[in-house]
Design a protein around this ligand. Structure first.
Ligand code: AMP
Ligand code: MG
Length: 322
């Protein structure tokens, strides 16, 4: 079984040897390998049961390194990098061809990010290559936001989990691509949409679902627990006397008929950042708990636009059951 630890040098040693290591990021935990080593990257796909059409994000130590793997970088990409790197932003850019095709799933583009988590940055300084890393969970399942989440699901398939504590955001990175040099939002993520709109009021949204997605975060069903998740517009619609129904609520309101033991609360205080941090942990708690189904409700829109991302994830978690 995997060792959970905080030894950056040990994680670096294993990565240099071509091993896959779970690493913390400020968004969710990643399953990392040397992005320039084809064999190492193939291991990630195998461990995750990730389809080969699903490209990986390449994590770089700094902005200069990230742009070295791209060509024809549009000015808008520099603006976004300046504002959000290091941080929870992924930019999809034309590839220079240095990163092996297996990472990009054969696409002419490469997804790049400069993460902010201090342990991961230390690790990137200790290796002289970037890290390809998708979320450290079996494909389609809920992303891990703590080292223990990785251990529970992939602990028998990897040797080391670098423990950086609970993730600061708890939602995946925001993914932005470009069309005719204009930014296109491919996946809602940890950056609140209001911040993106402030910078690019005319940014295009391409997060609608598709069976041949540019970003698999676009798949209708993704980020999903194994047990049944039901999307309900409001508490009335959710009316249910079954004691095996759990409810994922936000703030002080809850369905009147529901016993308190069946309530999972994203944030008692109604804080959206806390809700984001708790989301995947609570979905896992539901899966591990005694309930048969989970009813989820749209969070009311907030000024920052974080509800936008959280509701997107709740809808996808419920999608395979609707
Ligand atoms: P994950 O890290 O598991 O959240 O998955 C990485 C996400 O980045 C996936 O949804 C990928 O499809 C997306 N991605 C990576 N590379 C590209 C690319 N070249 N074009 C579009 N999306 C990408
Ligand atoms: Mg994922």
């Amino acid at each position: 079984m995997a060792v959970i630890g905080t030894d950056v040098t040990e994680a670096a040693r294993r990565l240099k040897a071509g091993e896959v290591v779970a690493v913390p990021t400020e968004t969710v935990y990643g399953l990392a390998a040397n992005a320039l080593n084809r064999q190492a990257v193939l291991q990630i796909f195998k461990i995750k049961h990730r389809p080969s059409f699903d490209p990986l994000i390449v994590h770089c130590v700094n902005v200069e390194e990230a742009f070295r793997y791209a060509v024809r970088v549009p000015p808008a990409a520099f603006v976004l990098a300046e504002k959000f790197w290091p941080g929870p932003l992924t930019l999809v850019l034309p590839s220079r061809g240095v990163v092996p095709e297996v990472v990009n799933a054969g696409l002419p583009t490469v997804a790049l990010r400069v993460p902010a988590h201090p342990l991961l940055i230390q690790l990137l300084h200790q290796v002289d290559f970037p890290l390809a890393a998708p979320s450290a969970n079996p494909f389609g399942y809920v992303s891990p936001t703590q080292a223990s989440h990785v251990y529970e699901q992939l602990g028998d398939k990897i040797g080391y989990i670098l423990d950086g504590g609970p993730c600061q955001y708890g939602l995946e990175s925001t993914i932005i691509g470009f069309e005719k040099n204009k930014p296109v939002l491919l996946r809602l993520g940890a950056i609140p949409t209001a911040q993106l709109l402030q910078l690019f009021p005319d940014i295009t949204f391409k997060i609608q679902v598709s069976s041949n997605p540019l970003a698999p975060g676009q798949l209708t069903s993704h980020y999903a627990p194994r047990k049944k998740v039901l999307w309900c517009q409001d508490f009335e619609e959710s009316s249910d006397s079954d004691p095996l129904t759990a409810y994922l609520v936000f703030g002080s309101k809850r369905p009147a008929h529901a016993p308190s033991t069946n309530i999972l609360n994203l944030s008692e205080q109604g804080n959206y950042h806390e809700a984001a941090r708790n989301l995947y942990h609570l979905l896992r708690q539901f899966d591990a708990g005694p309930w048969h189904r989970l009813k989820v409700f749209p969070l009311p829109e907030d000024d920052e636009g974080l509800a936008h991302t959280i509701n997107d994830r709740l809808r996808r978690a419920a999608a395979s059951f609707s």
